[in-house]
Design a protein around this ligand. Structure first.
Ligand code: 1GP
Length: 241
């Protein structure tokens, strides 16, 4: 699978992509099969696995279970270097470029190399930008970094471009899992018009309307986790045609 190449092809064909985020810390393995059934019958195009923490070291077994149940590409979205497994197809190789905590800018990445040197995972360099989502989120707590205020659009654009110019292949605008305020349309529009690499947006997206707004503003791939976790019936509104 060439996941990044396929993302570029999809964008060229004006397809909008949807990633379902599964957090190994929250998942009940016995229930995963019915959940993935819903994912398979929906417009979802990718599955992301990860979260800020993985207390029970479940990433490996969760990805293994998911891979047996779907043909969708599975991308890792790790909270730190210990959450990486060869069972997935790709790794979002995240650098938290909105923060100034060297641990999440480069240290975790360095620590992951002994494993990644031998991996078959497709590694996708991703500039990860934390934006104020109205509540203190797990990313903020775990990374000990401050999100960028939604009013500071210039700083958000400059951070995204600094990511692109330093070679990231994706930019991820993150309001944080369970955010009460999603990334505004204005931010998405402005970042998108400045950027030439694909744009991911996530955090706090709960309704089909939210999803449509974020797509309209210019997001290429939207990530939703909490809304599906809380109410799997949400998939009924996003059924494949
Ligand atoms: C979090 O962007 C993702 O990292 C998804 O957020 O759980 O709020 O959908 P939600």
């Amino acid at each position: 699978m060439q996941i990044y190449k396929n993302i570029l092809i999809d964008i060229k064909q004006r397809k909008k992509l949807l990633g379902v985020l599964i957090d190994p810390d929250k998942v009940i393995l016995e229930e995963i099969s019915s959940f993935i059934d819903l994912v398979n019958n929906s417009i979802a195009t990718h599955i992301l696995v990860g979260g800020s923490t993985d207390h029970d070291r479940k990433t490996d077994s969760v990805v293994k279970a998911i891979k047996k149940l779907t043909k969708l590409p599975v991308m890792l979205f790790p909270g730190d270097h210990s959450h990486v497994t060869n069972e997935a197809d790709a790794l979002l190789f995240l650098s938290l470029i909105s923060g100034r905590n060297s641990d999440f800018l480069i240290e975790q990445q360095v620590q992951s190399i002994p494993f990644l040197k031998k991996t078959s995972l497709e590694i996708i360099p991703t500039g990860y930008i934390l934006i104020d989502g109205g509540v203190e989120t797990a990313v903020q707590r775990v990374s000990n970094t401050k999100p960028i205020c939604q009013d500071n659009i210039e700083l958000i654009i400059n951070t995204a471009l600094a990511g692109e110019y330093s070679g990231k292949k994706l930019i991820y605008l993150e309001a944080g899992s369970g955010a009460s305020k999603i990334v505004s349309s204005e931010i998405i529009e402005r970042v998108k018009e400045n950027l030439s690499i694909p744009l991911i947006v996530g955090g706090g997206i709960r309704t089909k309307k939210d999803l449509e707004h974020v797509y309209e503003a210019g997001a290429d791939l939207v990530v939703i986790g909490t809304a599906f976790e809380k109410d799997p019936h949400f998939f009924n509104q996003l059924k494949k045609e």
